[in-house]
Design a protein around this ligand. Structure first.
Ligand code: NDP
Length: 255
């Protein structure tokens, strides 16, 4: 067991990448604080799946794009579990084809500020007990990955700087801070609003531009997260691990 008796806080854990990661961590012996914003049914299902591994799962319904709710999540986590060993900063939204500054604000609050609220809120906890912080960025934060994602990409690029800064600040307390930059992963975030036909075409097109010839699954990211959460990555910090099947960015490459 790689995470026996560890306490993991997984944000956006009810579905997609967060769900797969929470289940993976639980399968390695970690208790889970499962944060989500709105969908109780999905959170119930995921918590039930987690409990099959004989670990605790606490559902934590907080909108962490809001500072007050993120603060409450920190207080409740410490109250219920005594502390947190692993923070998987994953909750995120992607609003595309928009240059509305209100949409930008929503993405900054969810994709970026939430991470800052939680890291700052748990700073003392981590300085006392060490631990692992894993932030979910995106290939969109590194390359010009997809049309219509300018504001989203800016938030994901900032996650990279955030990761390096906190790695620098917290390293002396034995806290490793790393990020994962996933490529195109099949979740609600990518499928939402697309017909089956449209989805099929996107999958085909992206698979063609990917060395490994397929799009990603949430479990592909959960496997990287487990590595970064476990002792196996004790000498790694401030790094951005790209997990995208070797995607060839056609905009960059056609320039
Ligand atoms: P999903 O849309 O499948 O899941 C998002 C999760 O985040 C849900 O559990 C949702 O809860 C939660 N969430 C959203 N907003 C908040 C909030 N304000 N407070 C608390 N929880 C919130 O997304 P993915 O699994 O695809 O994405 C996870 C992360 O990975 C995101 O940061 C995304 O940007 C990133 N990513 C995804 C890629 C992909 O291709 N899928 C590629 C690269 C990065 P609820 O349903 O209750 O609102």
């Amino acid at each position: 067991m790689k995470l026996e008796n560890k306490i993991s806080l997984v944000t956006g854990g009810s579905r997609g990448i967060g769900r797969a990661t929470a289940i993976k961590f639980a399968s390695e012996g970690s208790h889970i604080i499962l944060n989500y914003r709105s969908n109780d049914e999905e959170a119930n299902t995921t918590c039930n799946d987690i409990k099959k591994f004989k670990v605790n799962c606490m559902k934590a319904k907080y909108d962490i794009s809001r500072q007050d709710e993120a603060k409450e999540l920190v207080v409740e986590s410490i109250k219920q579990f005594g502390g947190v060993d692993i923070l998987f900063n994953n909750a995120g939204i992607m609003l595309t084809n928009t240059y509305d500054i209100k949409d930008f604000e929503k993405m900054i609050n969810t994709n970026l500020y939430s991470m800052v609220y939680l890291i700052e809120g748990l700073k003392e906890n981590f300085m006392k007990r060490g631990g692992k912080i894993i932030n979910v960025s995106s290939v969109a934060g590194i390359t010009t990955a997809l049309e219509g994602t300018t504001y989203y990409s800016i938030t994901k690029g900032a996650v990279i700087t955030l990761t390096r800064r906190y790695a620098y600040e917290l390293g002396k307390y034995k806290v490793n801070v790393n990020a994962i930059a996933p490529g195109y992963i099949e979740t609600d975030l990518t499928k939402k609003g697309k017909s089956e036909d449209e989805w099929k075409k996107i999958v085909e097109s992206i698979s063609k531009k990917t060395i490994l010839g397929r799009i990603g699954r949430p479990e592909d990211i959960a496997n990287v997260a487990l590595f970064l959460a476990s002792d196996d990555s004790d000498f790694i910090t401030g790094q951005i691990i790209v997990a995208d099947g070797g995607r060839i960015d056609y905009i960059t490459h056609s320039l």
